[in-house]
Ligand binder design. Structure first.
Ligand code: HEM
Length: 363
């Protein structure tokens, strides 16, 4: 591994920050491996996505399995997408989300809680209900413990990736519990529509993809609102939407989209983080400004793009909107947000667990 790749692997965010003035909007990581963020290149890449391959993430595939929808390709991938698209529409679950959010807010103590941990627990409960059709707190806690042991620390993540590459990191006991829940799910729960042969990998992938990023997007939105007390998006839905979008721009939950590979083996990684902070595209790129105008194609893609664009986008936005509005309606929020260095979980960029929220009742 060369020095550039080592910095990419070990210090992703400082490495990306060091590239912010590169006008080309692309950098070679090693032979046949490029990191790209120029909007024209990104737009062209997504336009031709169907002709490209989508190799598995070396960090995530030992956890999510080789059959995960995140890296299946061709006909199999199209079939899964067709099943998932109608099942992940946000308005289908609005009543369920309202009820779960209200309950979680009612349970909030008046003592400080870790904001990222709270949003993670809530979004996992929501996707758990969507996938299995029932609440199973014990199962979700076991899933979180399993995930945390593998992704919670950058050192652990990298040790697994480079010292024991290719080793699966499944927990047979947890897999048995997940499969039992999935096999006994009744329609309209999502698991009831997934084919039996890949069930474990798809269920784990949906639970993972369906909560980590949404949790971090919600926590970042609340963070930016706390830093900009003049904004009052509770009263204005357009402003709330613009605030969420600007938070997704400046603090994208996924710093990188999935790898793309050409027939001759050239691997291209789109950098969401760098595209969203490009000075040639955005005026004052590091300033939080929800009044920005529409960015050009290829400049804003928090949910990726092309044939792999996130199928959970609508659901995620419904969750973020609902959680933020309900919190602002019921509680007065204070965060201890002075030092908020992003924490990486895989390539997901979350606020650190030390970001604490005090939520007092509004009277
Ligand atoms: C704010 C929240 C979310 C963000 C920022 C986000 C972001 C992303 C990104 C960047 C990708 C890769 C796209 C690409 O490579 O072009 C992706 C893929 C995916 N996401 Fe999301 N996501 C979010 C929420 C969700 C939710 C709620 C679900 C529900 C299960 C979900 C399920 C998936 C799946 C299954 C894929 C793989 C799609 C494929 O490869 O065809 N995501 N997401």
């Amino acid at each position: 591994m060369n020095r550039t790749e080592l910095r990419f692997a070990l210090h992703l965010i400082p490495f990306l920050d060091s590239l912010q003035d590169f006008e080309d909007g692309m950098v070679k990581l090693r032979d046949k491996r490029w990191l790209v963020w120029h909007p024209d290149v990104i737009a062209a890449l997504f336009r031709h996505d169907r002709e490209l391959h989508h190799p598995p993430s070396r960090t995530l595939s030992p956890l999510l399995g080789t059959r995960s929808v995140l890296w299946l390709d061709g006909e199999e991938h199209t079939r899964y997408r067709r099943t998932l698209a109608p099942m992940l529409r946000g308005n289908r679950y609005q009543a369920l989300i309202d009820e779960m959010v209200e309950r979680s807010i009612a349970e909030l103590p008046s003592d400080p809680v870790s904001l990222p941990n709270w949003t993670r627990r809530l979004t996992l409960r929501i996707i758990g209900r969507i996938v299995f059709g029932v609440d199973d707190e014990e199962l979700l806690q076991a899933f979180t413990r399993w995930l945390d042991r593998r992704l919670n620390s950058r050192v652990r993540t990298l040790a697994h990736r480079y010292l024991t590459p290719g080793t699966t990191r499944f927990d047979p006991h947890l897999d048995r519990m997940l499969l039992h829940r999935a096999r006994t799910a009744e329609p309209p729960a999502l698991a009831a529509y997934l084919p039996g042969e890949d069930l474990r990998d798809q269920v784990v992938s949906l639970l993972f993809a369906g909560h980590e990023t949404t949790a971090s997007a919600t926590a970042w939105t609340l963070y930016w609102l706390d830093r900009n007390p003049d904004l009052n998006p509770d009263l204005d839905l357009d402003l709330l939407e613009a605030t969420i979008m600007e938070s997704l721009r400046l603090s994208p939950p996924a710093a990188l989209a999935g790898n793309r590979m050409s027939d001759d083996g050239m691997v291209i990684t789109p950098s969401i983080y760098l595209a969203h902070r490009r000075a040639a595209t955005y005026d004052r790129p590091h300033t939080f400004d929800p009044t920005r105008s529409q960015p050009p194609p290829g400049a804003f893609f928090p949910f990726g793009g092309g044939v792999r664009h996130c199928p959970g986008k609508d659901l995620a936005l419904t969750e973020i909107r609902t959680i933020v509005r309900a919190l602002l309606r019921h509680r007065r929020i204070r965060l201890n947000s002075t030092h908020c260095t992003p924490q990486l979980r895989g390539a997901a960029m979350a606020p650190p667990p030390s970001l604490a929220m005090v939520a007092t009742c509004r009277r």
